[in-house]
Design a protein around this ligand. Structure first.
Ligand code: COA
Length: 175
């Protein structure tokens, strides 16, 4: 998969991305906003295991955000099951040196449209920590609507945290 925007390219991960993945992912300012399954420090073996896993995905669900020919971030989704099978949670991160240039907003817009069209998903949602203002802005700019706050719905580094829930609905969904 490869979708080119004005600020970045969203594309499939490659085994050659390991070094840049470690360079950009191994940052506490990134990891502290994400699930614990995103390790910190982010080591070469973590990158290798991740790249191996995503290369075997039956339905590709994890993509690199590429800037200047380098993978500098990631965006991916996890699809629900049973009655939530037309819904997926989306998540993303970007290397800190690239923050504040509209890159993640563009990547999220590109992936949202692609997933809605290609996989006919009905709903995409995200669960940023309630105080993650940057991520909330990204979601709003990409057309996601804040639906509420999930109080004490997570624990990060031993501290209970509220999450906001944002969602965008596919108005072209087909039964
Ligand atoms: C959140 C993150 C993905 C944003 O990526 P980005 O490419 O910098 O985002 P964009 O440039 O597209 O947009 C960021 C917006 O948030 C705003 N913003 C960022 N931090 C802010 C803050 N502390 N207070 C107010 N606004 C803030 C920016 O000004 C910008 O809004 P604007 O265009 O209206 O000025 C990036 O900071 C990141 O990877 N953070 C760590 C991981 C993470 O939080 N992932 C999301 C988990 S839900």
């Amino acid at each position: 998969m490869r979708i080119a925007g004005a600020r970045c390219v969203v594309r499939s991960w490659r085994s050659s991305d390991a070094a840049s993945l470690v360079r950009h992912a191994s940052n506490i300012n990134v990891a502290r906003q994400l699930r614990d399954r995103f390790p910190h420090p982010y080591l070469r073996e973590n990158a290798k295991a991740f790249l191996k896993r995503v290369s075997a995905e039956e339905i590709p669900s994890n993509f690199a955000i590429e800037v200047d020919k380098e993978a500098v971030g990631g965006i991916g989704f996890v699809r629900g099951t049973d009655i939530e099978r037309f819904s997926a949670e989306i998540g993303y991160w970007l290397g800190e040196q690239h923050w504040g240039r509209g890159i993640t907003t563009e990547a999220l817009m590109l992936v949202t449209v692609d997933v809605f069209e290609r996989l006919n998903l009905l709903r995409l949602f995200a669960l940023p920590f309630a105080d993650n203002i940057g991520s909330a802005r990204v979601l709003e700019k990409a057309g996601y609507v804040r639906e509420g706050i999930l109080r004490a719905s997570s624990v990060k580094y031993g501290i209970p945290r509220d999450q906001a829930i944002y969602a965008r609905i596919n108005d072209r969904w087909r039964r």
